[in-house]
Design a protein. Structure first.
Length: 365
């Protein structure tokens, strides 16, 4: 049985609905499903330190470790405690250094670079933003010095990390859980689940759908988020636009009522390298996707042939939707293609990729 270290500088929370919390759990489960023996170094610092000490004893006693995989946090590892005060500020550096010294190949998934944008400074404020950026750079220094591979949501994101040159960059987007989810055979029924703020502006999609007979759009988001932007979407609540606030198992019926899913947002620089969790969730459900040209998701849609991209203008979106209403065979064909490729983008597929990258072997069964 292959053995790996699974590291995360925070406790895993199976009850969370945020993508950044769901992903580490899905990855851990995928490794378990592939048959790995997992040495878990997750939790708050006190727990990680205890588990690290136990790991050292096992390695020093001669146990072979095939590789170490880590999922970083959206904040530096030294401040992931409940009150953000680090009891062991250099613990994670010690863990990576230990792996390097024992010849254990290591890889880190680096999930976000929001801190590199001006918006971060405005949101966090000074002097906190300056202090946090020092900690972020110290975190990158650890990976630069001790990691073999830095996994990123996309290769495009690597262009924003010029300070990390030594570890090999490799794209590791989210995976999708394979779920059989039938959809309507007639009409166009679009589903979107996620945020609705400034980073998720869907005004043109909403307007386009509202102007087409036979097209529907369901937006699923948190009630508080919707209340903050509801005034920007006067079409909502009528004209085929429905707003709901479901989560967990409640999403299943919403997916089954859809034959298309959406990542059709207003263009942003961030979208040029972002790999949203929901995009691969849609693929796992076998749902074709409508997106925006120039975004990373738009590129993936075109490369995989699993949907349609537009310039996000009302007119282009309407053109696509009207064509699909008139030609249901096109929608059926693209749906079949999405179902055919989805196993290549599952969580087990991502775990196999990590194992192969770090060991040169297939990584489990």
């Amino acid at each position: 049985m292959p053995t790996m270290i699974y590291h995360a500088p925070y406790p895993l929370n199976p009850d969370s609905v945020s993508a950044s919390a769901i992903r580490p759990i899905k990855m851990l489960q995928a490794f378990e499903d592939l048959g790995f023996e997992i040495l878990d170094i997750t939790g708050y610092a006190v727990e990680r330190k205890r588990r690290f000490a136990a790991l050292r004893k096992r390695v020093e006693a001669g146990q072979k470790i095939d590789f170490m995989y880590s999922e970083n946090a959206t904040i530096p590892p030294s401040v992931t405690e409940r009150k953000h005060l680090p009891p062991h500020p250099f613990l994670d550096l010690e863990i990576f250094r230990f792996a390097k010294s024992r010849g254990i190949p290591s890889g880190i998934f680096y999930r976000d670079i929001y801190w590199k944008f001006e918006e971060y400074d405005q949101r966090v404020g000074q002097p906190l933003a300056a202090v946090m950026k020092l900690l972020y750079r110290a975190e990158l220094f650890t990976y630069q010095k001790y990691c073999d591979v830095i996994f990123l949501p996309s290769m495009e994101m690597g262009e924003y990390l010029p300070e990390v040159t030594k570890p090999r960059h490799e794209a590791l987007p989210p995976g999708g859980q394979i779920v059989e989810s039938s959809g309507p055979r007639e009409g166009v029924s679009i589903f979107y689940v996620g945020g609705v703020g400034d980073h998720y502006r869907m005004h043109n999609l909403v307007r386009a759908v509202s102007e087409i007979d036979g097209a529907r759009l369901t937006i699923c988001t948190e009630a508080s988020r919707w209340q903050a932007v509801a005034h920007e979407y006067p079409e909502a609540g009528s004209n085929g636009i429905r707003i709901v606030h479901e989560s967990g198992e409640g999403l299943n019926k919403l997916y089954e009522d859809a034959n298309i899913c959406s990542v059709a947002f207003e263009p942003l620089e961030y979208r040029e390298f972002a790999s949203p969790f929901k995009f691969y969730e849609y693929i796992g459900r076998g749902k074709p996707i409508i997106g925006t040209k120039g975004s990373l998701t738009g590129k993936r849609i075109d490369e995989l042939g699993i949907g349609w991209t537009t310039d996000n203008s009302v007119s282009e979106i309407k053109d696509v939707l009207v064509r699909l209403l008139d030609n249901p065979a096109e929608l059926a064909e693209v749906t079949s293609r999405c179902e055919a490729v989805r196993h290549n983008h599952s969580w087990p597929a991502r775990a196999r990729q990590i194992a192969a990258s770090l060991t040169g072997e297939s990584g489990g069964r």
